[in-house]
Design a protein around this ligand. Structure first.
Ligand code: GSH
Length: 213
């Protein structure tokens, strides 16, 4: 039952799926696709009509959109469930994932991390205005997530869930920027979660590193 994961090695969304596969003990083949290089190869567009990454192909079954893929991986493979059974905990998990996608990804990853960390690593000058805007926009997002976090080592429940993987991939990048680390430090519940999750083997095993210029 071969599993292929198509996507860009530095993508947070690819990393979320990689972490789900690692947690379930599923081996996969990585197929590199950089969606930021134009044009996106037609062969990839045949899998994902919007040209974003990642896409999972499992034994001929093609699936794109990270939340759908992560839930599929959790449900299709053996191992501990990554989705709480309790309806309220499950709703909270889904809420955190939606907040991460709708409000966190852009300022934390595409503005602060991409400009402060990824651009210089790729030999480009950071856009300071974009970083400043990202820091400003991230404040409300961190405040909201701090209000949703359990205060313990997992974001929403007594055990690891897809919410930890989803926000964890974004937080790993955000906290590589000094501005991100300082912003997070002001939020006790989110910081308690991050202290635990940032030490997880799954996070380090899925770390793509940084490009060299
Ligand atoms: N809704 C998509 C979003 C995926 C996404 O935005 N991936 C980024 C890389 S982290 C991408 O493909 N960006 C290409 C672009 O913005 O053109 C999902 O959940 O899979």
């Amino acid at each position: 039952m071969p599993v292929e994961l198509h996507g860009y090695r530095y993508s947070v969304y690819l990393r979320i799926v990689a972490m789900a596969l690692l947690e379930k003990g599923v081996a996969w083949t990585h197929v590199e696709v950089n969606p930021f290089v134009s044009p996106v190869p037609p062969a990839y567009l045949a899998l994902h009509p919007f040209g974003r990454v990642p896409t999972l192909v499992h034994d001929g079954f093609v699936l794109y959109e990270t939340t759908a893929i992560a839930r599929y991986v959790d449900e299709a493979f053996a191992g501990s469930s990554l989705q709480p059974r309790d309806p309220r905990e499950r709703a909270r998990m889904n809420q955190v994932i939606a907040v991460a996608d709708s409000y966190a990804y852009w300022p934390l990853v595409r503005q602060v991390f991409a400009q402060r960390v990824f651009a210089p690593a790729s030999g480009r000058a950071p856009d300071e205005a974009m970083i400043a805007e990202g820091v400003e926009r991230s404040a409300a997002v961190l405040r909201a997530l701090d209000g949703l976090a359990s205060g313990g080592p997992h974001l929403v429940a007594g055990s690891l869930s897809l919410a930890d993987l989803h926000l964890g991939a974004m937080m790993a990048y955000f906290t590589m920027a000094p501005e991100g680390g300082s912003a997070l430090a002001g939020h006790a519940r989110l910081s308690a979660w991050w202290r635990a999750f940032s030490a997880s083997a799954t996070l380090s095993r899925s770390d793509p590193g940084l490009p060299s210029p």
